[in-house]
Design a protein around this ligand. Structure first.
Ligand SMILES: [Zn+2]
Ligand SMILES: [Zn+2]
Length: 239
């Protein structure tokens, strides 16, 4: 089963199988206190958590991964191309400017939210287990990683076939995190490494057989991957 946690700005997830739990993304650094409550809601405890899997290594997805690794020794997984950012906190260049994003009310809200929640200093993880495109991860829920670069170089979506679910990370968003425009939509250039690669990755997402998309930002989409991609293509991301 899948449980959504976080805030109206940033989502993170619990993926549970046979009483064991994988955390998919860890929100903002300041979200650490949310973990116990989220686990309680599915009748689990911290002892049931076996792994963290990151869709990508942006501040609002690496979140409390290091805190958890320090406290519990929890392994943290990311695609091999995402390891440099995950371990150093240094983000690759983006196509748009964050200053430009600040001109939008939604952009300011998102940035201030992340900063207020421990994101002023980018989080990093000292030990990251890397995986490659197509890998089925040996963690609860057994997600399969599909490399969908663009938003960041090692971005992956995570397919959980048994749940008919896809963790979309920021390959697609429920709303544009700069302009606030509703999705499904590509994330804005201000927060993305290569819009061209992000567009090309939509092809891979459309080919995945999953009904529900769980975004890093926004409410889940239940209309299937192909329709989500068609909608995203009809909207050009801005901001
Ligand atoms: Zn991101
Ligand atoms: Zn994000």
């Amino acid at each position: 089963m899948i449980h959504r946690a976080g805030t109206e700005i940033v989502n993170w997830y619990l993926l549970e199988e046979d009483g064991r739990v994988t955390i998919v993304d860890t929100g903002c650094p300041g979200y650490r206190p949310q973990l116990e409550e989220a686990l309680q809601q599915i009748g689990r405890t911290i002892d049931d958590v076996e792994a963290v899997v990151l869709t990508h290594a942006h501040i609002d997805h690496v979140g409390f991964a290091q805190a958890l690794q320090d406290q519990r020794g929890t392994p943290v997984f990311a695609h091999q191309a995402e390891v440099p950012q995950a371990t150093t906190g240094k983000a690759p260049k983006t196509e748009g400017s964050v200053l430009g994003a600040m001109r939008h009310r939604t952009g300011r809200k998102v940035i201030f939210h992340i900063v207020r929640n421990g994101g002023a200093r980018p989080p990093k993880v000292s030990r990251v287990e890397s995986f490659v495109d197509g890998a089925e991860l040996d963690v609860p829920g057994h997600p399969r990683a599909i490399h969908t670069p663009g938003h960041s170089p090692g971005h992956c979506v995570l397919h959980v076939a048994a749940e008919g679910a896809l963790f979309a990370g920021d390959a697609l968003c429920g709303w544009n995190t700069v302009t606030g425009r509703p999705g499904p939509i590509l994330p804005p250039p201000a927060f993305s490494n290569s819009m061209q690669r992000a567009r090309a990755s939509l092809e891979r997402i459309a080919a995945i057989d999953a009904q529900t998309l769980y975004y890093g930002h926004g409410d889940p989409w239940t209309g299937g991957t192909a329709a989500a991609v068609a909608e995203a293509r009809s909207r050009e991301a801005e901001g």
